[in-house]
Write a protein that binds this ligand. Structure first.
Ligand code: 5GP
Ligand code: ZN
Length: 112
C-alpha cells in the first residue's frame, strides 16, 4: 500500500523510533504516547485491520513478538496492556493492523 503511513514506516521511508524488527514484524514507539511505554507492533504486510487477517501465522508472529518486546523492554514485572483497535467504533485511526503495547502506569478499566 503505497499511501499507507505504517507501510512507509515498515519499509524505512518514514523514519521511526524502532524497538524491534524481523522479517515479518516491525515495532516502534507511538508518536503520541498514551503511557510511559507505548509501542506499536505491526506486521510488515499490509492488512487494513484485524478483520482482514485470514492467515493464523500473522497472529502468531504479532503476539509472540509483542510478548518478546515487553520482556526485552522490562515491562513484564509491573505488567502491560495489549490493544488492537478495530474499525470505526473500535477507535482505529490508522488502517494498517497494529497492536498497541501500553505500560508504565496504572491503566484504567473499562476503557473509554
Ligand atoms: P489507532 O487509533 O489506529 O488504534 O492507533 C494509531 C496510532 O498510531 C495512534 O496511537 C497514533 O498516535 C499513532 N501514529 C499515527 N501516526 C503515526 C506516525 O507517523 N508515527 C508513529 N510512530 N505513530 C503514529
Ligand atoms: Zn500499510
Amino acid at each position: 500500500m503505497s499511501d499507507c503511513i505504517f507501510c512507509k514506516i515498515a519499509n524505512g521511508e518514514i523514519p521511526s523510533d524502532f524497538v524491534y524488527e524481523d522479517e515479518n514484524i516491525a515495532a516502534f514507539r507511538d508518536v503520541n504516547p498514551q503511557a510511559p511505554a507505548h509501542i506499536l507492533v505491526i506486521p510488515k504486510k499490509h492488512y487494513a485491520s484485524a478483520a482482514e487477517v485470514t492467515d493464523a501465522s500473522v497472529w502468531s508472529s504479532l503476539m509472540s513478538s509483542a510478548v518478546k518486546i515487553a520482556r526485552k523492554l522490562g515491562l513484564e514485572e509491573n505488567g502491560y496492556r495489549m490493544v488492537i483497535n478495530t474499525g470505526e467504533q473500535g477507535g482505529q485511526t490508522v488502517p494498517h493492523l497494529h497492536l498497541h503495547m501500553l505500560a508504565g502506569r496504572n491503566l484504567g478499566w473499562p476503557p473509554g
